[in-house]
Design a binder for this molecule. Structure first.
Ligand SMILES: Cc1cc2nc3c(=O)[nH]c(=O)nc-3n(C[C@H](O)[C@H](O)[C@H](O)COP(=O)(O)OP(=O)(O)OC[C@H]3O[C@@H](n4cnc5c(N)ncnc54)[C@H](O)[C@@H]3O)c2cc1C
Ligand code: SF4
Length: 338
């Protein structure tokens, strides 16, 4: 029988949320992890650092009865120039990283706080749950508004006539992986597959990953650094702590001083890292002059349509797309000159 205190905010301050009871398993091989998940069925979930899953379990967003830790599987801890295991922590990735481009390490360094980066992993960051002001609340808060479509309810409070959920992709590293064309290696009960980062995500706040629940993200394959560069810029309220309300990852392949190819990817404005091909087209076969940068920033601004479900005013966040894309491209230009 459920202990009523499991569903209650405890402490007079009303600020401490309790984890429910669950079974905790610690496999040391991928095969064992997959077997444990198969045995647990839909009530089992993988965990890495737990900095996303455990707060979510406290708020009853996810309610696994079996939690399978991946942190004891050595294969998931690889850290090489072009291969990063999913259980490498964000601190390892940002501080002692052999990884190029530096945009990956930089985005990892911008996640949250040092304590959370010590626990949080690359894999957890890339699989991070989508976020929304009406969802990232305690069970009681959500119950008071009769819940919402993403969990326990039937209406979206952000867009009540919409059949879909608009919760926001809030990972800092995912937009960079999409921009640089990284590939994710997954293993599941039926074997292994490699998917381009861009196809790992979909624009749906509930089903935001194409990964099956029983698949494990093993590692990320980064393209070799040859003739391209990438940067990441992040907008948030508190520079030392908060999730992005806008992230801009910009990637260019240089041909002399001209841009041979480019990708601009926005985080924090949709349920997936949103690639903006119109902005890339404005950059192709051109030198990064002020005019070209302005055109690309304008092209990124138009399809950037943040919803009113995270921090800051949404029209201001949309305006900031132009500013942050400009800053990202100016940084790439500076780096090319030096
Ligand atoms: C206060 C606070 C601030 C934060 N700020 C930021 C921020 O600024 N930017 C940001 O990007 N994130 C932020 N986060 C979220 C989080 O800390 C990081 O994204 C972190 O990298 C998550 O990694 P983790 O290992 O802790 O994930 P976990 O909580 O362990 O897992 C997250 C999800 O991924 C799944 N998962 C984990 N690893 C794998 C794998 N190898 N294969 C398959 N599934 C897997 C889990 O089942 C779970 O669904 C913040 C969190 C908090 C609490
Ligand atoms: S976007 Fe709508 S359905 Fe999705 S979490 Fe927010 S309120 Fe819920």
């Amino acid at each position: 029988m459920e202990n009523p205190s499991d569903r209650r905010t405890v402490g007079r301050s009303g600020s401490v949320l309790r984890l429910p009871s669950f079974r905790y398993l610690q496999p040391t091989t991928l095969r064992d992890a997959l077997r444990m998940k198969a045995e647990a069925g839909p009530d089992g979930m993988y965990v890495a650092g737990g900095t996303d899953l455990y707060p979510n379990m406290k708020r009853r967003h996810q309610e696994p009865t079996t939690v399978i830790s991946l942190m004891g599987v050595p294969e998931l801890k690889r850290l090489e120039a072009t291969v990063v295991g999913s259980c490498v922590t964000l601190t390892e990735l940002s501080a002692r990283s052999p990884v190029r481009p530096s945009a990956v390490a930089h985005a990892a360094a911008l996640v949250s706080t040092p304590l959370l980066r010590n626990m949080g992993t690359l894999g957890g960051n890339l699989c991070l749950d989508t976020r929304c002001n009406y969802y990232n609340q305690s069970y009681e808060w959500r119950k008071a508004i009769d819940f919402c479509t993403k969990k326990d309810g039937v209406i979206c409070w952000v867009a009540p006539s919409s059949p879909r959920c608009w919760a926001v992709s809030s990972s800092d590293v995912a937009p960079v992986m999409v921009a640089i064309g990284a590939e994710y290696r997954l293993v599941g009960p039926h074997g292994e597959r490699v998917v381009p980062a861009g196809r790992f995500y979909q624009n749906d706040g509930i089903n935001y990953l194409t990964k099956q629940p029983d698949e494990i993200l093993v590692d990320v394959r980064l393209p070799a650094a040859d003739g391209w560069d990438a940067v990441y810029h992040k907008l948030r309220r508190r520079g030392s702590f908060d999730f992005p309300v806008l992230g801009v990852a910009a990637w260019v392949r240089w041909d002399g001083k001209s841009v041979a190819d480019a990708r601009i990817v926005l985080g924090g404005v949709a349920s997936w890292p949103q690639e903006v091909p119109e902005a890339a087209a404005a950059l192709k076969d051109a030198a990064l002059t002020d005019e070209v940068v302005r055109d690309a920033a304008e092209a990124a601004y138009r399809p950037s349509k943040p919803m009113d479900n995270t921090d800051f005013d949404l029209s201001w966040r949309k305006q900031m797309t132009r500013v942050y894309v400009t800053r990202a491209l100016e940084e790439l230009r500076r780096r090319r000159r030096t």
